[in-house]
Write a protein that binds this ligand. Structure first.
Ligand SMILES: Nc1ncnc2c1ncn2[C@@H]1O[C@H](COP(=O)(O)OP(=O)(O)OP(=O)(O)O)[C@@H](O)[C@H]1O
Ligand SMILES: O=P(O)(O)OC[C@H]1O[C@H](OP(=O)(O)OP(=O)(O)O)[C@H](O)[C@@H]1O
Length: 216
């Protein structure tokens, strides 16, 4: 019997926007997936040929790039941070919209000119993306890696600046920060392992179903 396709999805906020698209693509998770008491990590779906794993956002990219999962859904922020050559991202799902930006305390921004920077110290979950962004214009970025709550770093003197996701701007505002530079727009993508996409026609067919679901 052919092994089922493993489809990886993030635990966080993209999940709720992704569910209708998954349903339209014919992969509805079993009831246990929605059971908060369940500790299971892998679930059946309405398609007997597809199983779902629910993992951290960054790990979706890692599972799919290594072929441990053959397809999944992940933000373009995560794709850009890893830059895995085996991660193919053929469909923009038009969900999970936000931006990745540089922010700093409002008092600092009042007199600061980002064009004058030659070196910046930045707290971020995205060190690779940050270094690449600044290197492109000759600025050296020293990154302090955090895994969440970046907005607190300037308040406590860990770094003057942060690079993080911004949507409504509420988190920045409530922590006395302002956005000084947008690095990129972010949205969630359907991703596939490049080799699996080329060799397994079930993956190509799944990609087409999501493309159609996104356009519906
Ligand atoms: N405020 C936001 N608005 C819209 N999309 C967002 C927002 N924050 C994050 N995202 C998108 O959702 C993805 C997952 O983010 P989320 O905050 O749910 O994960 P997380 O809690 O950071 O993940 P983990 O706890 O696994 O590290 C991000 O990679 C991004 O693409
Ligand atoms: O501009 P806003 O609408 O306030 O959204 C931005 C916030 O959303 C994300 O965090 P999330 O809530 O996912 O928590 P996290 O910091 O634990 O990732 C992101 O890391 C920002 O902190």
């Amino acid at each position: 019997m052919t092994a089922p396709i493993i489809f990886a999805i993030p635990k966080g906020r993209i999940l709720y926007e992704a569910l209708p698209l998954m349903q339209a693509a014919g992969i509805e998770p079993e009831a246990a997936f929605f059971d908060k008491e369940s500790r299971a990590l892998m679930f059946d779906t309405s398609d007997p040929g597809v199983r779902i794993i629910r993992v951290r956002a960054f790990d979706v990219a890692t599972f799919v790039a290594h072929g441990a999962a053959q397809a999944g859904i992940v933000g373009s922020d995560v794709i850009d941070e890893f830059d895995y050559s085996e991660l193919y991202a053929p469909v923009d799902l038009d969900i999970g919209h936000c931006r990745i930006s540089v922010a700093e305390p409002a008092e600092l921004a009042a007199t600061d000119d980002p064009r004058s920077w030659s070196h910046v110290r930045v707290a971020t979950k995205y060190p690779n993306l940050t270094r690449k962004h600044f290197a492109a214009r000759g600025v050296q970025a020293e990154c302090v890696k955090l895994n969440g709550a970046m907005e607190i770093a300037p308040l406590l003197g860990l770094s003057s600046r942060i690079v993080d996701l911004v949507s409504s701007g509420k988190t920045l505002k409530e922590n006395g920060l302002v956005e000084v530079e947008k690095i990129a727009e972010v949205s969630a993508r359907l991703v596939a392992n490049r080799a699996a996409f080329k060799t397994d026609e079930r993956i190509a067919s799944l990609v087409e179903k999501f493309r159609a679901a996104g356009n519906a």
